[in-house]
Design a protein around this ligand. Structure first.
Ligand SMILES: [Zn+2]
Ligand SMILES: [Zn+2]
Length: 244
């Protein structure tokens, strides 16, 4: 049940493989979508084994490549965490961050990443869905139909060995994907790794909520963290070295 890393923009894209099926998590740019297509064709993996695309939260750098992915894999289903449905039907607006949080939380993350020119180009050529800017706060329509059905405690159909863990804090709709068998966590923007040993994200809509989410993650057995930004952390002995 390995996790495959695809680098296609500011956020990491992951392919979770479980029993011959694949699920793409956080396809943040159309470039990431094309790289997934190439990943499958280079390895002669049948495109129909990519069953679903989802995201750890509804932020532009994690979802803006989904439209392209759906064009490349027309049979794929787009499934989000239930709360994303509130954004899509406009019951909730995508949460905004104060200018201070942009400066202290987001800027260090962006500065620590390499390939700025390529990443910015990839972002410009992708959907603008889920961009958290005041003038564009209203949801910008995308070109696919999404089902918002994934929830904690419920099965993820193509991934029998994986579960969703609700981890609000960075945004209210943040979730992680967790495999107990593999002791592996796809942590989205809840835990990042910009400094080498992993850290709880500073760029938070709700700093208290992310601390509570971290306490919840501490109860899990975790050896591998695949963060939304930064390099994967492998063969850990729990989360004790992750900075809070
Ligand atoms: Zn985010
Ligand atoms: Zn992100």
């Amino acid at each position: 049940m390995p996790v495959h890393l695809i680098r296609g923009g500011y956020a990491n894209t992951y392919l979770i493989e479980d029993g011959g099926s694949f699920v793409a998590v956080d396809v943040g740019t159309s470039w990431a979508a094309k790289k997934i297509y190439k990943y499958f064709s280079d390895r002669s993996i049948d495109a129909s084994s990519l069953k679903m695309v989802t995201a750890t939260h509804f932020h532009i750098d994690h979802v803006a490549g989904i439209s392209r992915l759906v064009r490349l894999f027309p049979k794929i289903s787009v499934c989000f965490f239930t709360m994303v449905g509130d954004y899509l039907n406009e019951k909730e607006k995508i949460c905004l961050f104060s200018p201070v949080i942009w400066l202290t939380g987001l800027l260090p993350v962006v500065m620590a990443l390499d390939n700025h020119i390529i990443n910015t180009g990839a972002a410009l050529l992708s959907d603008k869905t889920a961009i958290p800017l005041p003038l564009l706060r209203k949801f910008l329509p995308s070109h696919y139909k999404a089902e918002c059905i994934l929830d904690e405690g419920q099965k993820i159909p193509p991934l029998p060995h994986w579960a969703i863990i609700k981890t609000p804090g960075h945004t209210p709709d943040s979730v992680c994907f967790y495999s107990r068998d593999e002791k592996t966590l796809i942590s989205g923007d809840t835990i990042l790794n910009m400094r080498g040993s992993g850290e709880l994200n500073n760029f938070c809509a709700n700093p208290n909520a992310i601390k509570e989410s971290f306490k919840k993650l501490l109860t899990l057995k975790i050896r591998n963290i695949y963060p939304g930004h930064g390099r994967p952390l492998l063969n850990l002995d729990g989360l004790e070295n992750v900075t809070q």
